[in-house]
Write a protein that binds this ligand. Sequence first.
Ligand code: CAA
Ligand code: NAD
Length: 300
Amino acid sequence: RRFSTSAMRAEAIKCVTVIGGGQMGAGIAQVAATTGHQVVIVDQSEDILNKSKASIHKSLQRVAKKKFADDAKAGEAFISEAIDRVSIQTDATNAVGNADLVVEAIVENLEVKRQLFTILDKAAPQHTIFASNTSSLPIKDIAESTQRMDRFGGLHFFNPVPVMKLLEVVRIPQTSDETFNKLLAFGKNLQKTTVNCKDTPGFIVNRLLVPYMVEAVRLLERGDASTRDIDTAMKLGAGYPMGPFELCDYVGLDTMKFILDVEWLTLRPTMQAAGVSITEVVHHLYNTALTKMKRFMPNI
Ligand code: CAA
Ligand code: NAD
């Protein structure tokens, strides 16, 4: 037993390459660095990478202020140790040479993600595990661009990564038990609570959250209430920290659009052919769900 524990430790994920240093990539890199991992962030330009490091620094200051409220010196050490563990690179193929794990957090576009992983698959060592932080794309469709589907999975983080405690860990049928267990262990090392989910559209959170956000848009489109009142209603009436419009902004309207394009493609390809809009599709899904619920709860 002692032997297997030390063997597992020897194989634990230590070096992490995060591709994409935007709001999610920077957050993932930050959390990996504060939990003792060596991190390389890759993005398209030095300029973006410098902004990414600056945002990590700012966020670390917020964390340190709370974590080391009575010990400013320890707070400074916490920040500089984390920053020292993060390096930046514009060449993705160079950046994966030492990686135990690659976490991809680039634009929500299947073809761009597939092109990236095709290149990384040739450059990364055999043992390197690949994971995507996609919000809505099937992990299988991304993984098929590689020859290592057994070493592929989904690690879906939530925004802002340093604050949100959840990590969805997603496996495809080809993901090996060893890979899946390493992804779960990595999540725990990041001090996240992990939940497991199959490779199903939107996984757990977005499958429930995105239709809610789109229904808020629908409510506005119908002229039933203003954005301000909808946001206030959900914060004060449902206890959500942000209203749906604030949350759309926070996730990023570009990313929201990409997610909706994908949900649309995944869930209603025939309706797309008929030229029906995404809000109509979501409305239809919502009404179908309501009809089903009414069977069990006739008073709603
Ligand atoms: N880095 C570090 N710390 C941060 C931070 C960051 N980026 N953002 C906020 N914090 C900390 C603050 O320092 C603050 O700490 P204290 O409590 O010690 O003061 C705490 O978090 C609360 O922050 P604020 O007081 O500034 O503001 P707030 O109370 O409104 O909280 C929030 C901000 C945590 C973002 C909160 O509004 C919230 O939880 N919003 C909802 C977020 C959400 O739903 N995320 C999921 C989006 S969906 C997704 O991610 C999946 C997808 O695929 C699209
Ligand atoms: P973002 O636009 O803030 O960052 C994306 C970064 O990727 C940019 O800095 C861009 O320059 C870089 N990039 C794009 N193509 C690249 C390439 N080929 N090589 C290297 N870098 C490249 O986006 P984000 O909000 O961080 O989202 C990133 C991913 O995480 C998306 O798949 C998104 O769906 C997912 N996600 C987003 C959220 C959210 O709330 N925003 C939450 C969970 C998951």
